[in-house]
Write a protein that binds this ligand. Structure first.
Ligand code: HEM
Length: 421
């Protein structure tokens, strides 16, 4: 089912383009350029998260809800795009719009899992967080992870310990990730009625800001308010997440909460280590040796090599969107179609695990996209299709795609650019 936001002809053309993408193994250089393009300043992917907005928090949360179902103990799951099959689960409420948007960006050589990981890394960077090495090459799962692996706000300490073990985290990394990451956002009544009854309630005083690296000038004015520091919020017993309270009750985890409240460098170091484990979980064997560096300051996004390995993308997986299901397909939480477009423009529907009915909600991603984007159904869930002929914008972009602009590296450093593979 296609829900047109413009003309039917435009929509049909867009669908034809989207569904006829061949599942071929692409050239390595072309692949890397496609991924790099997502961070080009003309790309809607980057525009949604720079400047830092509520999208960044949603995309960072998406990373965890995908990798959190994985385990290094039995080598199952990981950051593998399996979230697309798990959107009907209660803990994943609110993530369907993000996954629908990311699915629209999947193409040969660019997997959903690579897009989820890049969305997380770039979102952290654009909110003032640390730069995290991003290697492309993840392979997408074709089935859901087992249920019961992602925590809820009321998970107990034992659950958190086993989650941490599955992700391969040390206690220092566990606190940096499970507690520290919440500096980026907050809770929504629509997603987490057990946590808040407010439309949005921030976890600390500065949602969308990684205040650890908040500009020092600005900080001098606001450091007197402890609620700006996520760890101080927890220390004061003011967190809205039960998991923060139980973590603070554990002597080892408490030690790290106390330390991070004043040691920002140590927090950042362990946050990067933990986030890296999450985005690479069970995917290390697939990852390319090149690192995509998100834009910093005036520098453009670019690749650099981590070692001298020969670049090889033949192992990448790609699956074209499935054929369209009928719009009146019954809601079946065990099917792969956990979301669908709504008949009302600007909305999508998810299949509720509890009530086994399609539930409509406003799609914030659809709302934020420029006119011309379409919502389409597939057996994997809804996905968003860009305008069929963005001729002007695209032509402008192609003309400006000189090496300098794409890789943004000074000439002297060019010999390490991806063109040399
Ligand atoms: C003990 C583990 C965790 C628990 C219990 C937990 C729980 C929650 C809950 C209940 C929300 C509110 C969601 C909403 O209402 O929209 C939330 C938000 C969020 N979570 Fe977690 N989370 C955990 C770990 C993580 C991890 C590991 C990450 C990322 C790597 C993460 C990233 C986020 C972000 C960025 C938000 C804010 C979302 C927004 O503002 O839209 N969480 N978390």
């Amino acid at each position: 089912m296609r829900i047109a936001s413009s003309s039917i002809v435009l929509g049909l053309t867009a669908y034809a383009l989207a569904s006829s993408v061949p599942a071929v193994k692409p050239q390595s250089k072309a692949d890397l350029k496609k991924i790099l393009n997502l961070l080009n300043s003309t790309n809607i992917f980057r525009q949604l998260i720079e400047p830092c907005s509520t999208f960044n928090a949603a995309w960072i949360r998406t990373v965890f809800h995908d990798c959190g179902g994985g385990s290094v103990l039995d080598n199952t799951g990981g950051l593998d795009g399996s979230l697309q099959f798990e959107l009907s689960r209660t803990e994943n409420a609110g993530l369907a719009p993000t996954i629908g948007f990311f699915q629209s960006l999947v193409e040969p050589g660019v997997t959903l899992s690579d897009i989820i990981a890049l969305g997380g890394v770039a979102s952290v960077a654009f909110c003032g967080g640390p730069l995290i090495d991003y290697h492309p090459g993840r392979v997408d799962a074709t089935v859901a992870n087992p249920t019961g692996r992602v925590p809820s706000a009321t998970s107990n300490l034992q659950f958190l310990r086993s989650l941490s073990a599955r992700l391969g985290l040390y206690p220092s990394e566990q606190v940096a990730l499970f507690q520290g990451v919440h500096t980026f956002g907050g809770a929504h009544a629509a997603n987490s009625p057990e946590v808040t009854n407010q439309t949005f309630q921030s976890f600390d005083g500065t949602p969308t800001v990684y205040e650890i690296s908040y500009r020092r000038k600005a900080l001098t004015k606001i450091t007197s308010n402890p609620s700006l520091n996520i760890f101080k919020v927890i220390k004061e017993g003011k967190s809205i997440l039960g998991t923060d309270h139980v973590s603070f009750g554990d002597p080892i985890l408490k030690g790290y909460i106390d330390t991070y409240a004043h040691d920002k460098d140590l927090f950042s170091k362990n946050f990067v280590a933990a986030f890296t484990k999450c985005i690479n979980l069970n995917q290390n064997q697939h990852l390319d040796s090149v690192i995509l560096v998100p834009p910093t300051g005036t520098a453009a996004p670019h690749f650099k090599t981590a070692d001298d390995k020969v670049y090889d993308v033949s192992r990448r997986g790609y699956e074209a969107p499935g054929t369209q299901p009928e719009h009146d397909t019954p809601c079946d939480p065990s099917s792969t179609q956990s979301s669908r477009c709504s008949l009302e423009h600007g909305y999508v529907e998810t299949c509720s695990e509890k009530t086994r009915t399609w539930t409509k909600y406003k799609d914030t991603v659809l709302e934020a996209l420029p006119a011309g984007w379409e919502c389409h159904d597939s057996h994997k869930g809804h996905y968003l299709v860009p305008p069929a002929a963005p001729a002007k914008a695209y032509a402008k972009y192609r003309r400006s795609e000189s090496e300098e602009e794409v890789y943004g590296e000074p000439a002297a450093k060019k010999k390490r650019s991806v063109d040399e593979f």
